[in-house]
Design a protein around this ligand. Structure first.
Ligand code: UDP
Ligand code: MG
Length: 315
């Protein structure tokens, strides 16, 4: 039996060696007990610091260390996809490089996996997060779950163990715009949760700016289904019905009392409101067209510059 651990790294030079040590400590011991071999796949997502150099050095010292280095920064989604493509394990663990996903949970994940679960999902609480962040996240997930078919949960991230079955299912989805949270939920299979305390980053800094978070939020809503389009449809319909009622009322008034002096408020209301709904709807349409544009180009989701994984496996 082989376990693969995939670790996307972007400018993680401060913590990468620590991550490797802690992973090795946990897994080598557990692996002896449970009789499995393991590989640690570090995906260097175009880091600008010496992450790659450190990983290469680790690979020289430890035959378990594999790496894939991208030609530039492609983002965490691409890095995870690359990891899944190159992983040859019967089970695959995805975890962050910054030790916010404690490796000490892996033995527990493995025992659940051996119980027959295909997705062992680690769920964190929001302890230590800023109240505003926790709040906005809660609000966001409530909204998203109304807008999207698949269930997405707060505190559930990419930290999980996937069985080979689940990995192959994920790889069978070759879409360019990958929104893993949605994909994980979409494939289904038998799932179980492990709860853990929120961890602070061990070093380095978070790669998430407010802008990136916002974009990620929009991705979450848009990239999963066409419900937002349907909402535009409903908004248009609703406005149409209101407009028709309003026009009828005015028309009857004109018949009864003659033409009134037209009100500034109603005019400006109609212009702004309908204009707003139209622009919003065009925006939503545009989002989908943009996604179609990227899908039809069929560009590779990542480009590999360097790797020590020999197997001929292409995305
Ligand atoms: N990451 C990546 N490519 C990126 C951004 C981030 O591979 O473009 C990796 C990063 O190295 C880390 C993980 O994704 O291992 C999570 O990133 P981060 O810790 O910055 O996010 P946060 O934990 O703050 O959500
Ligand atoms: Mg982090």
């Amino acid at each position: 039996m082989l376990l693969s651990v995939i670790v996307p790294c972007y400018n993680e030079s401060d913590v990468i060696e620590k991550t490797w040590t802690r992973l090795t400590t946990v897994i080598s011991e557990n692996g002896k007990k449970e009789k499995y071999d393991y590989e640690l796949i570090f995906i260097d997502d175009g880091s600008k610091d010496d992450t790659l150099a450190k990983v290469e050095k680790m690979a020289e010292q430890d035959r378990h260390v594999k790496y894939i280095s991208f030609s530039r920064n492609f983002g965490k989604e691409a890095a995870m996809y690359a990891g899944l493509t190159y992983a040859s394990g019967d089970g695959v663990v995805i975890m962050d490089a910054d030790l916010q996903h404690p490796p000490e949970l892996i033995p527990q994940m493995i025992s659940r996996w051996q119980d027959g679960y295909d997705q062992v999902i680690c769920k964190r609480n929001r302890k230590g997060d800023k109240a505003s962040k926790a709040w906005s996240a809660r609000l966001y997930y409530r909204l998203v779950n109304h807008l999207v078919d698949v269930e997405m949960e707060d505190g559930v991230g990419d930290f999980r163990l996937l069985s080979r079955k689940a990995v192959d299912a994920l790889l069978s989805m070759t879409e360019y715009n990958r929104f893993s949270k949605g994909l994980f939920s979409w494939i289904g299979f038998k799932q179980t949760f492990i709860h853990y305390e929120n961890q602070a980053r061990e070093g380095g800094s978070s790669k998430w700016s407010l802008k990136r978070l916002l974009q990620y939020g929009i991705d979450g809503i848009m990239s999963f289904n066409d419900k937002p389009l349907r909402i535009c449809f409903w908004m248009g319909g609703l406005l149409f019905v209101f407009g028709a009622i309003y026009l009828t009322v005015i028309f009857i008034q004109i018949l009864l009392h003659g033409v009134d002096v037209p009100g500034y408020f109603t005019t400006i209301f109609a212009i702004l409101m309908i204009g707003g709904v139209q622009l919003l709807s065009i925006g939503v349409l545009g989002e989908y067209i943009g996604r179609i544009y990227y899908e039809v180009k069929k560009r590779p989701p990542f480009l590999v510059d360097k790797t020590n994984i020999e197997k001929e496996k292409k995305p």
